[in-house]
Design a protein around this ligand. Structure first.
Ligand code: ARG
Length: 418
């Protein structure tokens, strides 16, 4: 029998999908469970897949690749969607698509399958990536294709003796990986409703009453993050690999309640949706990285990079990772990072972090130019000529156009120029 490779999470949808694909498409199912830092019992998930009827159940540790090829480039780019979302879910999709295709090739499969619904961004990211990398592979998306409600699925599972753990108490849809946790559905669909505490798992509540409750550390923490060419490589002076660094920061910053995000987001498929995120490490690392760039990039480089960051975030969000535009922007971003090396010192306290120090051997900050104290080498006289030329177009235009219009006694502030 021909085979299909299914991205298997172990949850209800993809568990039912193993059997459903089997029946509907007459294909043998090979499952792949990909670890991108989503902390689950992987051997147990693989065992479940086989029990349900998968002919093979593979587990792939994608964490190091995820950080190296997806998270770090996005961090270097400063990619944050709509100023809020550090793109955790969106960044993992092209990696998972790539691994599905790799396994499909190795196993000689004719199709790949994923458990996305027909309403979200993830189906777009998967399908576009898979079609780009392997246009000959058929894509099966059972949840998009079947018209089963959750109750129908549970009944289907019972009928086919599919072992599932159904916790009907949890109304939320959650996706998580090293870079963050995404929560949607339930009461969160009301944009006016404050997210209930139960949606959070990585971050403590930083309300005052909880702080005195010792649910959070009482004292602020200071941390130092070392960057080399825009990539964080050290914590508090010790070299650390990316996966460990992110895990450590998620725990530490999460204990201070740092990294909660509540966002009304514009989905690619045209709807607005309310998304709650927990991304302690991502928030800290983006802040730290930006602080180091403010020391090491010129004003013009920094300004142009903001434009690139916005575009970069959009292409990640919109599923265009495997595009020439991405290659072009990535090359640009990579080049901008050659002097972004140094150390950033941050203070973590209840619910927020701030940068309190930064240093770099490539720093453009020049104390003798900046100081107001003795040792000042800034040429104050040169400022006069500079101001004259900088303001020249304004004074010229005012004399030719603005002042005659309002009269010499007119008040530019009172009368809007029409
Ligand atoms: N809105 C985010 C995105 O499109 C997160 C999606 C999370 N998916 C989920 N099943 N909860 O990237």
């Amino acid at each position: 029998m021909a085979t299909v490779v299914l991205a298997y999470s172990g949850g209800l949808d993809t568990s039912v999908a193993i059997r459903w694909i089997n029946e509907q498409y007459n294909l043998d199912v090979i499952t792949v469970t990909i670890d991108v830092g989503n902390a689950r019992d992987l051997p147990a998930i693989a065992a479940r897949a086989e029990k349900i009827g998968a002919v093979k159940a593979l587990v792939v540790d994608g964490r190091a690749d995820f950080v190296h090829y997806f998270v770090w480039p996005a961090l270097q780019a400063g990619a944050i969607y709509e100023r809020e979302y550090p793109l955790a879910t969106a960044l993992a999709r092209p990696l998972i698509a790539r691994l599905l295709v790799d396994v499909a090739r190795a196993e000689g499969a004719v199709a790949v399958a994923h458990g996305c619904t027909g309403k979200g961004n993830d189906q777009v990211r998967f399908d576009v990536s898979i079609n780009t990398l392997a246009p000959d592979l058929k894509i099966i998306a059972p949840v998009r294709e079947w018209s089963m409600t959750r109750d129908n699925e549970i009944a289907y599972a019972a009928r086919h003796h599919i072992p599932i753990q159904v916790t009907n108490a949890n109304p939320y849809s959650v996706d998580q990986n090293l870079w963050g946790r995404s929560i949607e559905c339930g009461i969160l669909e009301d944009p006016w409703a404050e997210p209930p505490e139960e949606v959070y798992d990585w971050t403590t509540n930083s309300d005052f009453r909880n702080i005195s409750n010792e649910s959070q550390p009482q004292e602020p923490a200071y941390i130092e993050i070392t960057f080399q060419q825009g990539i964080p490589i050290g914590l508090n002076g010790e070299e650390v690999d990316g996966v460990t660094l992110i895990e450590t920061l998620n725990k530490l910053a999460g204990s201070y309640g740092i990294g909660r995000i509540d966002h009304i987001e514009n989905r690619l498929v045209g709807i607005k949706s309310r998304e709650v995120y927990e991304a302690p490490a991502a928030v800290i690392l983006h802040d730290a990285h930006r602080a180091l760039e403010s020391l090491t990039l010129s004003r013009d480089q920094a300004r142009f990079k903001e434009v690139v960051a916005t575009e970069y975030a959009h292409l990640i969000y919109n599923g265009q990772w495997y595009s020439a535009l991405h290659q072009d922007l990535a090359a640009y971003v990579h080049n901008t990072q050659r002097f972004v090396s140094g150390v950033v010192r941050m203070k973590l306290s209840h619910g927020h972090c701030i940068v309190v120090g930064r240093k770099s051997e490539h720093s453009l900050y020049n104390h003798s130019l900046a100081t107001y104290d003795s040792g000042d080498q800034f040429d104050h006289n040169a400022a006069l000529g500079f101001i004259k030329l900088w303001g020249l177009p304004l004074t010229t235009q005012a004399q030719a156009q603005l002042l005659p219009e309002i009269g010499i006694d007119g008040n530019l502030l009172k009368e809007p120029v029409s």
